[in-house]
Design a protein around this ligand. Sequence first.
Ligand SMILES: NC(=O)c1ccc[n+]([C@@H]2O[C@H](COP(=O)([O-])OP(=O)(O)OC[C@H]3O[C@@H](n4cnc5c(N)ncnc54)[C@H](O)[C@@H]3O)[C@@H](O)[C@H]2O)c1
Length: 395
Amino acid sequence: MTSQLLKSESSDHDTMYNKFIDIRYSFCQKLIDSSIFIQIKLIFNEKIHCKNYSIHINNWKAFSEFTDSLAPSNVFVLVDENTEKYCLLHLVENLHTEAQIIRIPSGEQNKTIQTCQHVWTRLMQHGADRHPLLIHLGGGVIGDLGGFCAATYMRGIRFIQVPTTLLSQVDASVGGKLGVDHMGFKNMVGLIQDPTAVFIFTEFLQTLPFEQMRSGYAELLKHGLIADKKAWENLSVKMDLKNLDFEELVYESVIIKKNVTEQDPYEKGLRKILNFGHTIGHAVESYWMDSSTPLLHGEAIAIGMVSEAFLSYRVGKISENDLFDIRTSIMRIYGHHPKYVKPSSDLIKIMRGDKKNISGNIRFALLESVGQACYDIQVQPEVIEESFVFYKEKI
Ligand SMILES: NC(=O)c1ccc[n+]([C@@H]2O[C@H](COP(=O)([O-])OP(=O)(O)OC[C@H]3O[C@@H](n4cnc5c(N)ncnc54)[C@H](O)[C@@H]3O)[C@@H](O)[C@H]2O)c1
């Protein structure tokens, strides 16, 4: 099946804050392929409207006003040691009310039900009723876990995502997937529920370590490859990832994630295209997770995108030129790490256990062309092994 991406967004005339922004009216996929891309400069606040909530980019005034307007009984801010150190002060300065801080240790190993128990306990100890506000200040771990805690505490309280990593700004904070890992399996326990709002501040990226920045960049590249050829062409040639105009790049990427997830919130069809690079990428990430040389999520997804671009070529979808262009561009940013794509039999075993498969058949989201994706493509293990050989080849 092939994606048909309809993109749209609007602006809120009531909340103008005299700031020049780009509002891109992207139409459907075919129009993007035909390079019809209209940019209009307007003096509106930068705000992306979703069906049930809004995503605000770089607008502290809107953050203060919105949190005031909710009139919560209590405000809680969930942080880890890094977001407490680098981000909390600025957030608290923009809150007009006192907040209780809930601290959890950083890292995927803490995205567990035990950490949730700590959060629920702290909420109860501070007398949280059914009307507080939970603000999640952090990367995807804080957002996924905090969202799960909020969605289940007293059957659901309001929560705002304030993502502070590139990955969480363009990916994890949008689309409503919440949850924790269990028994070594990622995101085994969770649910899909929209936040009350998302506030993205790209200034938080300034303290993010380079490796984390590069890891998040993989999701921007993926969004380009599956839905926006021009974005891919723009992103894949960038040299200095630290000094980019992230406001614009994050905005464009969020729009792609929002449009896909809104059309298919429960991943019955179209949303599966977001898994491009992730079937092989997750297997590689899981296999090396407990080793002395684990990979960050985006580093594993980079390997997955090269290998799955090969599969897209091998099943007759993208051209050889496109395949080599994708491999060269991704390896220029992430390097070449052949040791991570073995042992292939173990990787294939992990893929068979992927919760997205049916009856052990391995299905992929692949590229239909650069900027367009398809999903539910079954590929035989021998062909998957060929993709590992392709990744391992010297370039
Ligand atoms: N819900 C979804 O749709 C979705 C999508 C993609 C990924 N995820 C999840 O997201 C998680 C990964 O997210 P992540 O990559 O943001 O990792 P993360 O949350 O572990 O953050 C990475 C590290 O950066 C630190 N950090 C965060 N913000 C910082 C800042 N501004 N300055 C300095 N350090 C900072 C954190 O403390 C942590 O050590 C995974 O659990 C993954 O499953 C969820």
